[in-house]
Structure formats: structure tokens, C-alpha cells
Design a protein around this ligand. Structure first.
Ligand code: UDP
Length: 310
């Protein structure tokens, strides 16, 4: 029976990954300091004998007695609102925290998957973004705490692979959405859904012509599992290649929720990427992976969850 350690296990993607692995009959140890994670996300698993939760900050070394086969390092706040509130915590989680988790992987001879981000491409000058693009990142701005610390974490993984022959994977996650996103995390999906459900104006930053490519969380979780079980050891994109402008997204969510909300245009945040779209040829080739859930289906499920939970 395989044992998985998931840092950030009480977070949005982490908790869905816990569910997925428990469902597969594997053991899961979830670690989270609950800065942006929420105990509620994993409460239903606490009675399961194959699951345990440890409240712990990865910036402190992890001491675990049990054998561990796989580590998913997902511990970091990740929304632009968090970049304002938790800039230093984010930088430490992705540097010192990643080092501690990599050291644990070396000690346990575990396979590790490091969660990186499409933010390593910054405000990209190439479309779509393939893994061999080096990016266009501002190292001295509001998104730098996340972008640069994730870039650092990739370099650290590279160094551990070389020095310790560590079996390590790196995933660059593009925008992901679904149930258990925080209602106040400032991201576009929770904002537009909560605003629509309350018939409040939908806040579009800039003219809404910036694009994102939104992937439903179950597709991402499936990709993470495939990647950690693959032989591929270089950075790999996971995301949905369907690109949409924020104005189109606002109209879509308004229409699904049959909302009477107006649309309100607000100031565009500094360094907000204008276009983002993953090239997923590599994931298709090495993992046989592609997203299955359409935006309409995923949004309906997510809206259903938000209307029940908030
Ligand atoms: N955005 C928006 N209105 C909102 C929240 C976000 O127009 O209420 C825009 C934001 O400017 C960005 C896009 O939606 O261009 C995605 O933002 P999000 O915070 O979800 O994620 P990001 O990809 O920027 O990290």
C-alpha cells in the first residue's frame, strides 16, 4: 500500500488530491499550516484510517516516522490577494519550505512532485506558453514574491536531482478552478460567482480583454497523479488550452447563474499578465493526459458548490 505526503493538503487542489488518493485506496498524510488551507476541506476524511492530518508549517523541518513513497509539495498561498497579505510567507514556503520537503524526500527515498506555476512565464511574450519558454517576469513587483520563489523552487529541485539523484517532478499549473476555492481569495472565479449569485456588479479589471485558460480541478488532480507516476523529470505544463477573455468569462457566469448583475470596470492590477495559455503537447505525449471537463460543465459544478456553501 502506497503512502503519500501532501503538503498544502487542506488547500484547494491539495484537498481534492487527498480525496483522489484515498479513493484509490492509498494512504495520505496531509500537512498544512492553514494560512490559506481550511480544515473544512479535509474534515470528511479525518475518520478514514488511511488518512491523517498534521498542522505544520513546511518552513520548519518535517519529522515523519512512517515510510513515505510519494510527496506532493503543494504548500503555498497562491492567489494575487495572498501576494499582498502573505508575500514573505509565500517566499519562505517556496524556498526554505521546499528545501525542507526535498530533504525529507531524500531521507525517505520518496518520489517528489513540486508544484510550480504558469507564473514562471510572467507576462508572457510567447503564445501559447511551452515549457522551453524562459518567461518575462518582473522580479520587483507585486507578483514577484510568487513568481520568483516558484522559479527558485524549480532551480532547487534541479540541484537536488543532480546532487542526490532525487526522483523529482515539476508541474507548472495554469489557472485551476472548482469547489473549495476560498470565496474571498480575490481570484476571478470566486469573485464573479459570488458577485453573480448576489446580483452585485461583476468587477472586471482593465477592459477585460486579458485572457486566462481555466482548468477544472479534477483534470489537474488526474494530471498530478499521472506525472508523479511517470518517468518524466523536467518541468511540465498542466492546464486547459481553451483561452477566454475575462469579459467573456463574466458574461458566461452571469448567464449560467441567470444573474441581474451589472458589469463594473476597475483598475488593472500591476503586472497582470495579458494573455495566458498553456501548450500541453508535452503532457499529452508523456502522460497521455488532456483535460476532459468543459468550461461550461466545470462552471456549473463550481457554481452549484458555491451556492450551497456560501
Ligand atoms: N480579474 C478580474 N476581476 C476580478 C478578479 C480578477 O477581472 O474580480 C482578472 C485579473 O485581473 C486577471 C484574471 O482575472 O487578469 C485572473 O485573475 P486571478 O486572480 O483569478 O488569477 P491570475 O491568473 O491573475 O493569478
Amino acid at each position: 500500500m502506497k503512502t503519500n505526503l501532501i503538503t498544502g493538503g487542506a488547500g484547494f487542489i491539495g484537498s481534492h488530491l487527498c480525496d483522489y488518493l484515498i479513493e484509490k485506496g492509498q494512504r495520505v498524510i496531509a500537512v498544512d499550516n492553514l494560512i490559506s488551507g481550511n480544515r473544512k476541506n479535509i474534515e470528511h476524511l479525518l475518520k478514514n484510517k488511511n488518512f491523517c492530518f498534521i498542522e505544520h508549517d513546511v518552513c520548519k523541518p518535517l519529522k515523519i516516522e512512517k515510510k513515505i513513497d510519494f510527496i506532493y509539495n503543494l504548500a503555498s498561498p497562491a492567489s494575487p490577494a495572498d501576494f499582498e497579505d502573505y508575500a514573505i510567507e509565500i517566499m519562505m514556503a517556496n524556498s526554505l519550505g521546499t528545501k525542507n520537503v526535498l530533504d525529507l524526500a531524500v531521507e525517505k527515498k520518496a518520489t517528489i512532485l513540486e508544484a510550480s506555476t504558469s507564473e514562471v512565464y510572467g507576462d508572457p511574450l510567447k503564445h501559447p506558453q511551452a515549457e522551453n519558454y524562459f518567461g518575462n517576469v518582473n522580479c520587483f513587483g507585486p507578483r514577484a514574491c510568487y513568481d520568483e520563489s516558484k522559479r527558485f523552487s524549480e532551480a532547487l529541485v534541479y540541484s537536488y536531482q543532480k546532487k542526490f539523484k532525487l526522483n523529482a517532478k515539476i508541474v507548472r499549473l495554469f489557472n485551476t478552478y472548482g469547489s473549495r476555492m476560498r470565496k474571498d481569495d480575490g481570484r476571478v472565479i470566486p469573485n464573479f460567482i459570488i458577485q453573480s449569485l448576489n446580483n452585485k456588479p461583476l468587477t472586471i479589471y482593465g477592459k477585460g480583454q486579458q485572457t486566462r485558460s481555466l482548468c477544472y480541478v479534477s483534470d489537474i488532480v488526474d494530471g498530478l497523479y499521472r506525472l508523479i507516476n511517470s518517468k518524466y523529470n523536467k518541468p511540465l505544463n498542466l492546464g486547459n488550452p481553451n483561452e477566454i477573455t475575462m469579459l467573456e468569462l463574466a458574461k458566461k457566469i452571469k448567464s449560467i447563474t441567470k444573474s441581474k448583475s451589472d458589469i463594473e470596470f476597475k483598475k488593472m492590477p500591476m503586472d497582470d499578465p495579458l494573455r495566458r495559455n498553456p501548450n500541453i503537447k508535452l503532457a499529452k505525449k508523456v502522460l497521455g493526459w488532456k483535460p476532459k471537463i468543459s468550461l461550461d460543465k466545470g462552471l456549473k459544478q463550481t457554481i452549484g458548490w458555491f451556492s450551497k456553501n456560501y
